[in-house]
Ligand binder design. Structure first.
Ligand code: 5GP
Ligand code: MN
Length: 316
């Protein structure tokens, strides 16, 4: 069984590296830090590499030890968390490729099964929720600190327990966390409620630009590099912007195009029936049925036209 292999490889390893996807969100940072703290508890020699992540998550234990890179070329084991594809590993696929053994733990249906051992469950609402099982199997004591990391990921990816993937286990685990003294309300507020000033400024912009198309079934908006510069946006300040369009009555698909280095990053959300992961796969991206992303290497107007054309095909 995969978990037996994962346990055996981790036990054998003397040097382990943990990696996660680019533009890391709460589930990416939370699952990486939970795994990092867990392996430390097992007295493992472990590095966690995340070049940049939102300041919001710096309250999580172990974040002070996150590295931007290391000069170790060959790790015994490389663990990828919350990433669909080796290409999404923050440009650090080399650490993964050079490792003796690779492990991929994820919850995306579009996962490419790119490791020696793949533990992927698309039914889990967050990678952090899969880790509950994995850490228990590894014999880790889920402390308040580790639990808080896991909760940060669960709250992020379930939108605060409101998305349809939120399961009985989600509530049972959160209830157990409360019983061991984790401050659930505080994590919720830090992860979902507090807005950075940059995010607030970008929110005003994207709302102002929000367009409703196809009889109000598609909401479209965008932000450019210039916008982010103007509001002095920090890493992660764009998180949640795509969700705004989805909250409007009648909208099925919400689309945000965000300018990156020489391309536009599409973020898509749907409400009831459109599989936005399938839609994004048309552009080489992926994700979940109700939340997905892709990269479009075209100028804004053309990227907009292309993605709208594709989106329309998915409407009833
Ligand atoms: P977001 O819109 O929040 O950046 O991403 C939504 C979901 O889609 C996340 O689960 C994220 O991992 C996934 N995702 C975003 N962009 C891409 C992409 O370019 N490729 C793939 N495979 N998944 C993506
Ligand atoms: Mn996730």
């Amino acid at each position: 069984m995969t978990l037996d292999n994962i346990k055996e490889e981790i036990e054998k390893a003397s040097k382990i590296v943990i990696l996660t996807h680019e533009s890391p969100d709460g589930d990416a940072v939370g699952s990486s830090l939970a795994m990092y703290n867990a392996l430390k508890q097992l007295n493992k020699n472990v590095d966690l590499i995340i070049p940049e992540y939102p300041e919001t998550f710096s309250f999580l234990s172990g974040s002070e030890n996150i590295k931007k890179e290391t000069d170790i070329q060959h790790y015994d084991v490389a663990i990828s968390l919350d990433a669909t594809d080796i290409k999404r590993l923050n440009g650090f696929a080399n650490y993964f490729e050079n490792a003796k053994v690779t492990i991929n733990i994820d919850h995306h249906g579009s996962n490419k099964m790119f490791a020696d051992y793949n533990f992927v469950n698309p039914d889990a609402p967050a990678c952090c929720q899969i880790l509950i099982l994995v850490l228990e199997f590894l014999g880790v004591n889920i402390t308040k600190e580790i639990g808080t990391c896991l909760l940060a990921g669960i709250i992020t990816d379930t939108g605060g327990f409101k998305y349809s993937g939120t399961s009985k286990e989600t509530f049972e685990f959160t209830s157990w966390l409360l019983s061991i003294g984790v401050n659930v309300a505080d994590v919720y507020r830090r992860v979902l409620e507090i807005r950075t000033k940059g995010n607030f400024a970008l929110t005003k912009l994207v709302i102002d630009r929000l367009e409703f198309l196809e009889d109000g079934k598609i909401a479209f908006t965008y932000i450019t590099k210039e916008d982010e510069k103007n509001v002095n946006a920090k890493n992660g300040d764009h998180d949640g912007l795509v969700d705004i369009g989805r909250t409007v009555e009648g909208v099925e698909i919400s689309i945000l195009l965000r300018e990156a280095d020489g391309f536009f990053k599409g973020s898509l959300r749907s409400n009831e029936y459109v599989n936005v992961s399938d839609l994004c796969m048309m552009f080489g991206g992926g994700g979940h049925p109700r939340a997905a992303g892709c990269s479009i290497h075209l100028p804004l107007e053309e990227a907009k036209e292309k993605i709208l054309l594709e989106a329309k095909k998915h409407l009833k």
